[in-house]
Design a binder for this molecule. Sequence first.
Ligand SMILES: [Zn+2]
Length: 57
Amino acid sequence: MVRAADNIELLCRELSDEHDYLFGIPVDKVSYGVTYCEVCNSRIDEFGFCACGGSPD
Ligand SMILES: [Zn+2]
């Protein structure tokens, strides 16, 4: 059984990879409140989430 915390950690890791690919910088290197999504122009939170979740479509 997978705990929710493990899911979140895994999700963050996947998002980090996604952001590393999209922005050329890992999420954990991005400062909260400073980085905005290039797709939806929303502020990316500490989990790497924005309004579009990093999905252009
Ligand atoms: Zn976005």
